[in-house]
Ligand binder design. Structure first.
Ligand SMILES: N[C@@H](CCC(=O)N[C@@H](CS)C(=O)NCC(=O)O)C(=O)O
Length: 198
């Protein structure tokens, strides 16, 4: 299998944590900058986004959710996702986390538009508010209650570390002190240390 990824991508990091956690061998990691539009990446993902996992039969899986679910089902007896199939509120917790990822990445894109003089104060504030409201909600829905590592917890560590990395001034710890406390312990696990961007 080949995984197209970048070190800084929080979505790709989640996938790499799954690979590490399930000790999956034989995954060739290929660094790809999606904005290069390389023919190799475009061949496997017409959206030109990472992560993308090319399977040994040549077919490709994206996005990160599909890849994580695939790896967990094929190599981990769905241990990390557990039985979410008809559990609609758990599915919605997943959507909430994915939505916060999207806000954090969109906020980063707004930062990059600063150089072109195109940064929008409206969108910057909208993404920041969604992100902070979303994290407050995550604090109340029991994601951090499980003593066993879960798919949602993996996403949460990757998300919070990404926010610290790209948005160090965002005051998320002030509004979600329980998440902040939880992160201190959770982020020490080997799977996070091994996949942390240098
Ligand atoms: N929903 C996708 C989002 C992936 C994504 O947006 N990745 C970013 C890198 S962090 C990317 O490839 N951006 C290129 C683009 O938006 O064109 C997932 O979960 O995998």
């Amino acid at each position: 299998m080949k995984l197209y990824y970048s070190d800084a991508s929080p979505y790709a990091r989640c996938v790499r944590v799954f690979i590490c956690y399930h000790n999956i061998k034989g995954v060739e990691e290929i660094i790809a900058n999606p904005f290069d539009n390389s023919p190799e990446l475009l061949r496997v993902n017409p959206l030109a986004k990472i992560p993308c996992l090319q399977l040994n039969d040549g077919s490709a899986l994206f996005d990160s959710e599909v890849i994580m679910r695939y790896l967990d089902a094929e190599f981990g007896q769905s241990q990390l996702f557990g039985t979410m199939v008809n559990n609609w509120s758990k599915q919605c917790h997943f959507s909430l986390l994915k939505g916060i990822f999207d806000s954090a990445v969109s906020l980063r894109q707004e930062q990059l538009r600063e150089d072109e003089g195109l940064r929008s104060a409206f969108w910057t504030s909208r993404f920041e508010q969604a992100l902070l409201r979303g994290l407050k909600e995550v604090e109340t829905i029991g994601v951090i209650a499980s003593a066993e590592l879960t798919a949602l917890q993996i996403m949460l560590v990757c998300l919070l570390e990404y926010i610290d990395f790209r948005h160090p001034d965002l005051p998320w710890r002030k509004v979600t002190s329980a998440l902040s406390l939880w992160l201190k312990d959770a982020q020490q696990a080997d799977v996070f240390v091994a996949t942390r961007p240098a």
